[in-house]
Design a protein around this ligand. Structure first.
Ligand SMILES: Nc1ncnc2c1ncn2[C@@H]1O[C@H](COP(=O)(O)OP(=O)(O)O)[C@@H](O)[C@H]1O
Ligand SMILES: [Mg+2]
Length: 240
């Protein structure tokens, strides 16, 4: 269970979050949508503990994010918007390093590394330095690193950016497997179509405020004339 109450965050003169309240149940796959600058990444960073909010609270599984950051960090797998990897390791070495940080037993480690390399069709590039990877290949390693420990909370910021269509399909299947195991997932995206198909509930952010947070069925009911999430989003932003 994730309880976000009255969350505010400003960077100098920019107010990135202006009073966010969100309650997320364990095992939910939540889509976070909004235009550039809406505050999506800031909200996700507050959850990971990378950004401290100015005001408000975040309680994750009974732990207070302001006071129990280390315990919360061990629950979370996070893939940021821009992958942060070590350029002078190969993809395989990077995943090996991350698995070691989680103190994963050797046999589990090699199975999971193999699983992600093959999920994202990275087998042939596994031993090439990350420095030589394309944006999409870095994204694949970053997502693999976030998922390799099978965290109980997975936070992925614009995860499908730069992925080839086949990898997007495999990634969505992997998210479904996480959901089946009871993992809570927060997924930010510009690609409304993907969010609409896979998320249990959708949070619509605009200028640091939450315009809506509901299931697609409920959101459609709120605005019957506006069928798709994209149309609904355009309508919500216009009336905000
Ligand atoms: N480190 C930062 N320093 C200053 N301003 C920032 C910083 N990070 C984000 N912002 C600003 O905060 C607002 C929200 O940004 P962000 O959370 O990245 O939104 P989104 O992920 O929805 O595009 C934007 O106006 C952005 O320019
Ligand atoms: Mg962002």
């Amino acid at each position: 269970m994730i309880e976000i109450k009255d969350l505010y965050k400003s960077y100098e003169r920019v107010q990135a979050l202006a009073g966010i309240n969100l309650s997320i149940h364990s095992g939910e796959l939540i889509g976070l949508i909004g235009a550039n600058g809406a505050g999506k990444s800031t909200l996700l960073k507050c959850l990971t503990g990378l950004v401290m909010p100015d005001q408000g609270s975040i309680i994750i599984d009974g732990l207070d994010a302001a006071q129990q950051r280390q315990q919360i960090k061990s629950l979370i797998g996070y893939a940021p918007e821009a992958a942060e990897l070590y350029p002078y390791l190969s993809g395989r070495e990077f995943l090996d390093f991350i698995a070691d940080m989680h103190q994963m037993p050797g046999a589990v480690k090699s199975d999971r590394i193999q699983h992600y390399l093959s999920l994202f069709d990275m087998g042939k590039k596994a031993d090439v330095l990350i420095d030589d990877y394309s944006h999409g290949m870095r994204q694949k390693i970053s997502l693999s690193a976030a998922m390799i420990s099978q965290p109980s909370i997975l936070i992925v910021d614009e995860p499908t950016n730069g992925l080839d269509p086949e990898s997007v399909v495999h990634f969505k299947e992997e998210l479904q497997a996480f959901v089946d195991r009871g993992c809570t997932i927060l997924f930010s995206s510009h690609i409304l179509d993907t969010v609409e198909k896979i998320c249990h509930r959708v949070a619509v952010l605009h200028q640091g405020r939450l315009l809506a947070f509901d299931t697609m069925a409920e959101l459609r009911r709120l605005a019957p004339a506006h069928g798709t999430l994209e149309e609904l989003y355009m309508k919500l932003v216009k009336i905000s």
